[in-house]
Write a protein that binds this ligand. Structure first.
Ligand code: PLP
Length: 340
């Protein structure tokens, strides 16, 4: 059975067009730089990000960690909002791989106070002080909120004034771009390196991109080998990535529309508070204002062919994507309304 899967956009499978194109993709050994399809994807990705070069990596986590590994020296501080993916969902990798000290700042749905960022930067002048080696942002943020270009510009100009590089976790940069009605490169220009995912809402089965200057990407390519991320005939995967960039980036706004429809439908169910103002992309968050066993919700929905993650501290997140339309939303609302 095909479930109505609202747990994440990571659950999407490749489209029929991707599968057909993958079967006949031209390939070569990418560790030698010989895979024409990987090279085409990397050039296309660099161009869309407004950067000199790009590198295909197996996952968003590797792309982020490779950025930290490439930007900083061991022991450097990384200024980052306390709830960013790099801090909370990457297994402490920045400490393990790069010897980074994450200097986590309070976050308002992924945004730091620019004044606080400026005050936190350190140059290692005092013998006790670690040096700030990197500043990180995440846009769109995992709360589904998109940050304005002016916020990003403020953080970027503070970083540049102090000669510190900026990395952007843009796992969902095309969702952010659709919300802001700009090209993705308009967001990426406020970062020296950017990672984005081809999987998730763009439906490629595997893969992310790290983009930056040619010099940065040359360094990162070597570090990707250290991490075991040098892939061989990866053109099979890159082909799906090319279709993701050509076609799927243009349609993510449909997922946002479905998310807004879902939020409206949820709002009509009693005992729920829907965070409607934060529905910027394909994510809907809401609280359940009565006592319900989280496992009861997930199990009862599963019996009806619907998958959701259990609420965390009473808050639930639902994510729309290519395989969720109004019909699937209506099916979910019908069952969920009765449960609540
Ligand atoms: C904001 C953000 N960054 C990075 C990642 C990591 O991507 P991956 O699961 O491909 O490692 C995710 C994954 O959900 C994410 O949401």
């Amino acid at each position: 059975m095909k479930y109505v899967d609202l747990r994440s956009d990571t659950v999407t499978w490749p489209t029929d067009e991707m599968r057909a194109a993958m079967a006949v993709a031209e390939v070569g050994d990418d560790v030698y730089g010989d895979d024409p399809t990987v090279n085409e994807l990397q050039e296309m990705a660099a161009d869309m990000m407004g950067k000199e070069a790009a590198l295909f990596v197996p996952s968003g986590t590797m792309g982020n960690q490779l950025a930290v590994f490439t930007h900083i020296d061991r022991g450097n501080e990384v200024i980052i909002p306390e709830d960013n993916h790099i801090v909370v969902h990457e297994c402490g990798a920045a400490a393990i791989i790069s010897g980074a000290s994450l200097r986590c700042l309070p976050s308002d749905r992924g945004m730091m106070d620019p004044k606080k960022v400026e005050r936190t930067i350190r140059f290692g002048i005092d013998i006790h002080e670690p040096k700030t080696g990197l500043i990180c942002m995440e846009n769109a943020h995992s709360t589904g909120v998109v940050h304005s270009l002016s916020y990003m510009e403020q953080i970027y100009s503070i970083a540049k004034k102090n000669r510190i590089p900026v990395h952007l976790d843009g796992a969902r940069i095309f969702n952010a771009a659709a919300y802001l009605k700009v090209e993705a490169k308009e967001i990426a220009k406020f970062a020296d390196s950017v990672m984005f995912c081809l999987s998730k809402g763009l439906c490629a089965p595997i893969g992310s991109i790290l983009a930056g200057t040619r010099e940065f990407i040359d360094k990162a390519r070597r570090k990707r080998k250290i991490l075991g991320g040098g892939m061989r005939q990866a053109g099979i995967l890159a082909k799906a990535g090319i279709i993701a960039l050509e076609k799927m980036t243009k349609r993510v706004c449909e997922d946002h529309e479905t998310a807004r429809y879902l939020a409206e439908q949820l709002d009509s169910i009693p005992n729920l508070t829907v965070f409607k103002d934060d529905v910027h992309i394909n994510m809907v968050f809401f609280s359940i204002d009565r006592d319900v066993d989280p496992m009861y919700i997930t199990e009862e929905l599963k019996k009806e062919g619907i998958l959701v993650n259990p609420p965390e501290n009473g808050i639930m997140r639902l994510v729309t994507h290519y395989y969720i339309g109004k019909e699937q939303v209506d099916r979910f609302i019908n069952v969920f309304g009765k449960l609540i």
